[in-house]
Design a protein around this ligand. Structure first.
Ligand SMILES: Cc1cc2nc3c(=O)[nH]c(=O)nc-3n(C[C@H](O)[C@H](O)[C@H](O)COP(=O)(O)OP(=O)(O)OC[C@H]3O[C@@H](n4cnc5c(N)ncnc54)[C@H](O)[C@@H]3O)c2cc1C
Length: 420
């Protein structure tokens, strides 16, 4: 066999996995349907949460992203019903990063293609799978330019082909879909001024959500994620509804002298999809092909980077030395539970229900309790397992703290956890 591993999809997950496998000395076929080196995903808010910082550093992606102009967000202010929450600068919450996909995707592809052992096959669309005598997935058939067919074989096929994963469909993998009761639109401004605390803001307005984030090129991204009961208002006049929404944000950005440099980008329906990441012998799924979460908490790019690295960590050695691949895939499956746990919570959050009393208590307590503010930020940045926030001790402290605050009548004031 010419390759040890075939990766379908040369976007975030696929390029990350290909780079990691190539560096481990494996022969990799990285198969991408698009021909253009500049191809990129357009429907993506590209805010990569801080929980992925370590993986980006380890893969050597962080500095090249900065060199292409990526903006770093070190302390995100979160506006809750009780006031602003910002973790203290010394709280150890890792930074988030934002680079538009028009720059990020070509960069990752360049890095992967320059890695020894990686063959980037552009213009190859996977149209079929190859199976061995035992029924294990053992390769792919690609269509090149519509008529020509090519067959590639390897011990492991990796589906990194996004939320509509052709690989998963061809392999007969079951799809678990859940509703998303929010829709979303964003745009970019030149010359906008942020007025909230931190170097980026999220408004958690129960159930509507909004964000204001610095991105590459010195631009500011402003996004709104309303519950679907406001869809009619946006259908009537999307831009006017967007402007009204942003104008009403408490401490929202000043846009009077700013120039909008893009149309509104977004979607009115984006269900959450998940599939078993190790569905069949010889096959693994990473990134959106395994878990396409609600876009609102901005987890997808991070999951794509991280699941790719977890898969390569688990399987590179057995692929190189002919060791036990099934056991290695089980190890990847275990690592993926980190994502599964957050995805289960994210599916609840995507229902856009008003916050329950416990969640309100956590947010209220976080306004004045720096430790709860830090935990909330670690949770939001997916920088620790959900138990960093959702554990009985922390929740009990949050309930007591929020009651004390209510008794003192301080609710609604600005956070003392907010740095000056
Ligand atoms: C509206 C919206 C906003 C979002 N905002 C954010 C955000 O702010 N932050 C964040 O972290 N995430 C966000 N996401 C999620 C993020 O875009 C995805 O999680 C991420 O792109 C997943 O990367 P991936 O590499 O798994 O898949 P993709 O980026 O979808 O890449 C799949 C690749 O596979 C290729 N491919 C597909 N089929 C084939 C085939 N048959 N043969 C060969 N190649 C094929 C495609 O051309 C593509 O290159 C958002 C998503 C949406 C919908």
């Amino acid at each position: 066999m010419e390759h040890d591993v075939i990766i379908v999809g040369a976007s975030i997950a696929g390029c990350t996995a290909a780079t990691a496998y190539g560096r481990a000395g494996l022969r990799v076929a990285l198969v991408e349907r698009h021909r253009s080196p500049r191809a990129h995903k357009t429907l993506c808010g590209h805010f990569v949460l801080g929980g992925t910082h370590g993986v980006l550093e380890r893969m050597g992606f962080w500095q090249p992203m900065l060199a292409r102009g990526a903006a770093v967000t070190g302390g995100l202010g979160v506006r809750t019903g009780a006031g602003w929450v910002v973790p203290r600068p010394d709280s150890g919450v890792p930074p988030a990063i934002s680079l538009r996909r028009s720059a990020l995707d070509p960069l990752l592809r360049e890095i992967a293609a320059a890695t020894p052992g990686v063959d980037l096959l552009r213009g190859h669309r996977v149209v079929d799978l190859v199976e061995d005598r035992t029924g294990a997935v053992a390769g792919v058939v690609t269509s090149v330019g519509g008529s020509e067919r090519a067959t590639l074989r390897a011990r492991l096929v990796v589906g990194a082909d996004g939320h509509h994963s052709t690989v998963a469909r061809l392999a007969g993998v079951a799809e678990d879909s859940a509703p998303n009761r929010r829709f979303l639109f964003w745009t970019y401004y030149e010359g906008a001024t942020m007025n909230g605390p931190g170097d980026g803001q999220v408004w958690s307005l129960d159930p509507d959500i909004a964000v204001c984030i610095p991105v590459d090129g010195g631009l500011t991204q402003v996004g709104v994620f309303p519950a679907k009961d406001r869809l009619a208002e946006f259908t009537a006049d999307r831009v006017a509804a967007f402007d009204r929404f942003v104008a009403r944000l408490p401490d929202g950005p000043s846009l009077a002298g700013a120039r909008r440099v893009s149309n509104l980008v977004g979607t009115t329906d984006y269900p959450c999809i998940r599939r078993d990441p190790t569905p069949r012998p010889g096959l693994a799924l990473i990134g959106d092909a395994a878990t396409a979460s609600d876009p609102v908490p901005a987890v997808g790019c991070g999951w794509a980077f991280r699941s790719a690295v977890w898969l390569a960590d688990a399987t590179a050695v057995p692929l190189a030395d002919g060791g036990n691949l099934r056991r290695a895939l089980r190890s990847y499956r275990r690592a993926h539970r980190f994502i599964d746990k957050y995805d289960a919570l994210g599916r609840q959050e995507a229902l856009a229900r008003p916050a329950d009393p416990l969640r309100r208590a956590v947010r209220t307590a976080a306004v004045t309790d720096p430790d709860i503010a830090r935990r909330l930020a670690m949770f939001g940045m997916r920088a620790a397992p959900p138990s960093v926030l959702l554990n009985p001790k922390v929740l009990a402290r949050a309930v007591v703290g929020s009651r004390t605050r209510a008794l003192r009548g301080t609710a609604g004031r600005t956070s003392s956890a907010t740095p000056a």
